[in-house]
Design a protein around this ligand. Structure first.
Ligand code: SF4
Ligand code: ZN
Length: 305
């Protein structure tokens, strides 16, 4: 039987890239130590009295919220959930988000997109249907930022983990997307009405996040969004998995090389677009009309036609 590397009792969780086994208790402490160290190293909570946390109903944001609560930060936690109105999916996500926050004794702020007169579920019928995820991400980014700011938060934490980050990096390096390379950091400072964004799980893998959520018995849904990402993204994930099988620690190495070497150079050579206020809604935008207002008018225009 495998032994826990830290306490010598039965090892139940394999930390593949480090080639060690840990028992459940030691794994939980290992996970939380990593979250704390990431938050400290990247000064995620500097000047933050209230931290908004994006809760999707899935395992990643469940693990994030529980870990932030258990490591006892100085900031108050404000969980936010956006109900996107995707049939057969969003109601289950909201239910799990509610169960999670009630288990952790935190008040959940829920925003239902249908209040705006449209939903992401309606996207399929429009010309944006084939790029549903891009439009949906714009909508989520917009509301999470707006609600977090209105609720008095100085930063917004999201559950992006190492696997998500490496997938984005992989694509950005393949296509030479310098702007993404420059902006992909564990913490992005506030700019005007855009509040700071932090990713405390950035150095933890998707598997570790799942193990942590399971060990703590956190409520989360495994429901897959029916508008989900295409096969290209899946193929890319599988390819990265294969590389990681051959080169243990591949994801960690790519992220640390990116942050140490390439990101600072890319940032130096990339001009951030000036931010102004959208002429329709007043939210921050690099163009006269923000991405959200464009998505909204495309869907509403389609519904009216
Ligand atoms: Fe939105 Fe795409 Fe995620 Fe579905 S899979 S919730 S459409 S980003
Ligand atoms: Zn706008």
């Amino acid at each position: 039987m495998k032994k826990c590397r830290h306490c010598g009792s039965g090892g139940e969780i394999k930390v593949s890239y480090a080639r060690i086994w840990l028992c459940k208790d030691c794994f939980t402490s290992f996970f939380e130590r990593k979250v704390k160290r990431t938050a400290e190293r990247h000064r995620m909570l500097k000047g933050v009295r209230r931290l908004a946390v994006a809760i999707s109903g899935g395992k990643d944001s469940a693990a994030l919220l529980a870990a932030l609560k258990r490591i006892k930060l100085d900031a108050d936690l404000t969980p936010i959930h956006i109900n996107l109105g995707i049939p057969g999916h969003s109601s289950e996500c909201e239910r799990k988000a509610r169960e999670l926050t009630s288990l952790l004794d935190l008040e959940l702020h829920v925003f239902k997109l249908e209040k705006e007169g449209f939903t992401i579920g309606m996207l399929g019928e429009t010309r944006l249907g084939r790029r549903a995820c891009a439009a949906c991400s714009t909508v989520k980014r917009y509301w999470l930022n707006k609600l977090a700011r209105e609720l008095g938060a100085q930063a917004l934490a999201t559950g992006h983990h190492l696997d998500d980050t490496v997938e984005v990096l992989f694509n950005a390096y393949l296509t030479g997307d310098l702007e993404t390379i420059a902006r992909l950091r564990p913490a992005l400072p506030a700019r005007g009405k855009l509040i700071a964004r932090v990713k405390p799980l950035i150095s933890l893998t998707s598997q570790e996040t799942l193990e942590y959520a399971r060990i703590l018995g956190l409520p989360f849904t495994s429901s897959k969004c029916p508008l989900g990402r295409g096969s290209r993204s899946l193929r890319r994930r599988k390819l990265i998995d294969k590389i990681s099988d051959e080169i243990p620690g591949f994801r960690h190495t790519l992220l640390s090389t990116h942050l140490r070497v390439f990101q600072p150079i890319a940032e130096e050579h990339t001009e951030l677009a000036d931010l102004r206020e959208c002429k329709l809604c007043g939210e921050p935008s690099s163009q006269e009309v923000c991405g959200y207002c464009k998505v909204k008018s495309a869907i509403k225009g389609h519904l009216a036609s």
